[in-house]
Design a protein around this ligand. Structure first.
Ligand code: NGO
Length: 527
C-alpha cells in the first residue's frame, strides 16, 4: 500500500510502515485508520481533520439512471441500517446540505479497470467513483471496513460513526480471485452457500467454484440423466453417508443470481473422467462392464473412471456440459480432470481431446485441474494448479501454448488442510497451513518458469471430506481466505505479514459480531 502523507510532504510510506498489531488493532470504539482494510488497497492518502461522520440525516446517492448502482446503494444501506439505526435513504439526487455517500459511475480512469474504485472522504461527504458497478461494490466493501467494528451489530448501537478522511485508489492485481466449496463430499445447502458468498464477497473475491460431483455424490440436477441426483444425491450419499442432498436447477439459478448481486461469478465443476463413482452407481452404463459399482462413502481417490471407449460416455458428458452451460452466465465451466489414476494415460488424452472442445461448443471456456495440461487441447483452457511442488514442466509448457493458470497450490491455498496438528477438522496430506503459510507466497512467482502473464489469479479450495456444517466451513476458511484474497487483489508491493496480521487482528471482532466461527490463530494478536 502506498501511503502518501498529506501534510505537504511527498513521502510515500510503504505498507510495512502501517501500524502493527501491538499498536493498531482498534479497540472497540476506535475509528479504523484509512487503509486498514483487507485486502490492502493500492494507494491510501489520509487527510487529517477530514473525517466524515455518518449521521441520522445521511443519504446515499447513486448514479442517476443506473439500476446496478442503485442496487449497490441499496445493499450498502441494508448493511449500515441495523447498527446505526439511521434511515439512510437511497436517492438519485441529494440536497447539498445533507451529509452524503455518493456512488457514482463514469470515473473515467482507465487504471481502475472494471473492478477498481476511488474513494474520497471529507467532512461533508464520502464519494465512491468507479467505471463499473463491480467497482462500486468493491468500494462499498472497503467502506464497511472503514466504519467502526460495531457496524456489524444487528441491533442499534449508540455511538458516533466516523470514517477517516482522505482518499483511496484501488484496483485488483489479478482478474480471477476465487474460492471453491466442495458440495459433493458433503452437501451444503443453498442457505449455507449464500452465507459463504456473503462472507467472501467482503474480501473482494469474485468467483465461487462449486465442486458439484465426486465419487461420493452428485449434487446438481441434470434433466437428461435424472438418476444422477435422485440416486447420486439421495439418502446415504456423501462421506460416511452423512452428506445427502442436491441443488435443483431453480436452486442453482437462485445462487447464480445471489452471487451476481455480490459481483461473484459461479464456476460449476463436474469432475471427470475420474471421481465419477456416484454417476456410475446411478447409471451403470457409464462403466465399461455395465455393472454398477457399490456406492462409496469413504475418502479414497483415484479408483473410478468413465469408460473412455464408449459412445455412451460422450453422450452423457455432452448432455451434462450442455445443461450446465445453459445454467451458467459466467465464462468458465470446470471439468475436473484430477487424479484420473484409473484411466490410462492414452485414454486420458483421448478423453480430453474430445471433451475440452465440447465446452467451447457450448460457449464456455474450459477450466480443469492442472492434469488437463497434459492434453494439447488445453491451450484455450484455464488450468488450476494444485500441486505442492514449485516446478511443473507440463503446466509451464501448456502456458507457453496459451493456457492460463489459476494458482491453488495445495500446501498454501487449500482451506481444508489443518492449521496445525491439533486442528479438529481437515486433512493434512499437503501439510499444515497456518495463516502465515497461507499468506506468505506470491501467485506470480510461485511456479518456477511460469510467466506472471500466464497467471489469471488465485483460488482457495475448501474440500469437505471432514466438514459438516456452516460452522465447519467458517472455521477452515477464516482467517485463511482473507490471506488468499489479499494475494489476489493487492499489489505485491503491499505484501507485508506484520501489516496483514494487524489488520486481521482488527477484523476478528467483526466475525465475532456476525457469529462467524473463525479459527483464532495464535499467530494473530486478536484484539
Ligand atoms: C485433492 C483431490 C480432492 C481431495 C483434496 C483434499 C484435488 C484437485 N483432488 O485435490 O479429491 O478432496 O485433494 O485435500
Amino acid at each position: 500500500m502506498l501511503i502518501v502523507v498529506a501534510l505537504g510532504l511527498p513521502a510515500a510510506v510503504p505498507i510495512a510502515a502501517l501500524p502493527t498489531a501491538a499498536s493498531a488493532a482498534p479497540a472497540a470504539g476506535a475509528v479504523p485508520a484509512l487503509g486498514s482494510v483487507i485486502p490492502a488497497p493500492v494507494e491510501v492518502r489520509p487527510v487529517a481533520g477530514a473525517d466524515f461522520r455518518l449521521g441520522p440525516l445521511t443519504v446515499i446517492r447513486t448514479q442517476p439512471g443506473s439500476a446496478a448502482a442503485r442496487a449497490v446503494g441499496d445493499q450498502l444501506a441494508r448493511a449500515l441500517r441495523p447498527a446505526t439505526g439511521y434511515p439512510l435513504p437511497v436517492l438519485p439526487a441529494a440536497p447539498r446540505v445533507l451529509p452524503t455517500i455518493s456512488l457514482l459511475l463514469g470515473a473515467g480512469e482507465a487504471q481502475l479497470g472494471d473492478e477498481g474504485y476511488r474513494l474520497s472522504v471529507d467532512r461533508r461527504s464520502i464519494t465512491i467513483r468507479a467505471n463499473k458497478p463491480a467497482g462500486l461494490f468493491a468500494g462499498t466493501q472497503t467502506l464497511r471496513q472503514l466504519l467502526p467494528q460495531e457496524i456489524e451489530s444487528r441491533t442499534p448501537v449508540r455511538r458516533s460513526w466516523s470514517v477517516a478522511g482522505g482518499s483511496i485508489v484501488d484496483h485488483p492485481r489479478f482478474a480471477y480471485r476465487g474460492s471453491m466449496l466442495d458440495v459433493a463430499r458433503h452437501f451444503h445447502t443453498p442457505d449455507e452457500i449464500r452465507a459463504y458468498i456473503d462472507e467472501i464477497s467482503r474480501f473482494k473475491i469474485n468467483h465461487l467454484h462449486l465442486h458439484l460431483s465426486d465419487d461420493q455424490g452428485w449434487r446438481i440436477q441434470i434433466d437428461s440423466w435424472p438418476r444422477l441426483t435422485t440416486v447420486g444425491g439421495g439418502p446415504g450419499t456423501g462421506v460416511d453417508g452423512t452428506g445427502p442432498g442436491y441443488l435443483t436447477k431453480a436452486d442453482y439459478r437462485d445462487l447464480v443470481r445471489y452471487a451476481a448481486a455480490r459481483h461473484i461469478t459461479i464456476v460449476p465443476e463436474i469432475d471427470m473422467p475420474g471421481h465419477v463413482n456416484a454417476a456410475q452407481v446411478a447409471y451403470p452404463e457409464l462403466t465399461c462392464d455395465g455393472v454398477a459399482p457399490p456406492p462409496r462413502t469413504d475418502t479414497a481417490v483415484g479408483y473410478s473412471s468413465l469408460c473412455i471407449g464408449s459412445e455412451t460416455t460422450y453422450r452423457f458428458v455432452e448432455d451434462v456440459i450442455r445443461e450446465l452451460a445453459a445454467l451458467t452466465p459466467g465464462p468458465y465451466l470446470h471439468i475436473g480432470g484430477d487424479e484420473a489414476h484409473a484411466t490410462t494415460d492414452a485414454d486420458y488424452l483421448t478423453f480430453q481431446q474430445r471433451v475440452l472442445p465440447l465446452v467451447a461448443k457450448y460457449g464456455k471456456t474450459a477450466y480443469g485441474w492442472n492434469e488437463i495440461t497434459q492434453s494439447p487441447a488445453s491451450a484455450n483452457a484455464v488450468a488450476q494448479f494444485w500441486d505442492t511442488a514449485t516446478t511443473n514442466p507440463t503446466v509451464v509448457a501448456a502456458a507457453a501454448r496459451g493456457t492460463k493458470v489459476v494458482m491453488s497450490p495445495a500446501n498454501k491455498a487449500y482451506l481444508d488442510q489443518k492449521y496445525d496438528r491439533n486442528t479438529p477438522l481437515g486433512l493434512s496430506w499437503a501439510g499444515y497451513i497456518e495463516v502465515r503459510t497461507a499468506y506468505d507466497w506470491d501467485p506470480a512467482t510461485h511456479l518456477t518458469g511460469l510467466p506472471a502473464s500466464a497467471v489469471l489469479g488465485v483460488e482457495a479450495p475448501l474440500w469437505s471430506e471432514t466438514l459438516r456444517s456452516l460452522d465447519d466451513i467458517e472455521f477452515m476458511a477464516f482467517p485463511r481466505l482473507p490471506a488468499i484474497a489479499e494475494l489476489g487483489w493487492s499489489p505485491a508491493s503491499t505484501h507485508d505479514w506484520e501489516s496483514f496480521r494487524a489488520r486481521l487482528a482488527a477484523y476478528g471482532p467483526r466475525w465475532t459480531a456476525r457469529g462467524v466461527d473463525f479459527y483464532p490463530s495464535p499467530q494473530i494478536d486478536w484484539s
